[in-house]
Design a protein around this ligand. Structure first.
Ligand code: FES
Length: 97
């Protein structure tokens, strides 16, 4: 059964099973911060409010309690996350041309 990703702002979606959480958030047209996309730098870190994730490989970067690295994990249950900025600020502008 697919897991639901809820964002604290009230938005939720069902990610594709083959996507990392970062890819899934980007697929929702959200402009997320990242650098290595492999669990080395810690740049993509977000808050995990509820639920659990599974890491594809154990990250090298330090992951503080309550944080996750979306570039290298997938939801292991329904999860609620808090993004570093309000949702409206992370939504990519669509070309109006
Ligand atoms: S982008 Fe580097 S740890 Fe996620």
């Amino acid at each position: 059964m697919a897991n639901i990703v809820k964002i604290v702002d009230g938005y939720s979606f069902i990610p594709r099973s083959e996507h990392t959480l970062l890819e899934a958030l980007e697929h929702q047209n959200l402009e997320m911060e990242y650098q290595c996309r492999q669990g080395f730098c810690g740049c993509c870190q977000i808050n995990l409010v509820e639920g659990a994730v599974e890491y594809l490989e154990e990250p090298i970067a330090f992951v503080p309690e309550g944080k996750i690295l979306p570039c290298c994990c997938r939801p292991a249950a329904d999860i609620t996350v808090e993004l570093p900025m309000p949702l409206a600020m992370l939504q990519k502008q669509k070309n109006s041309a």
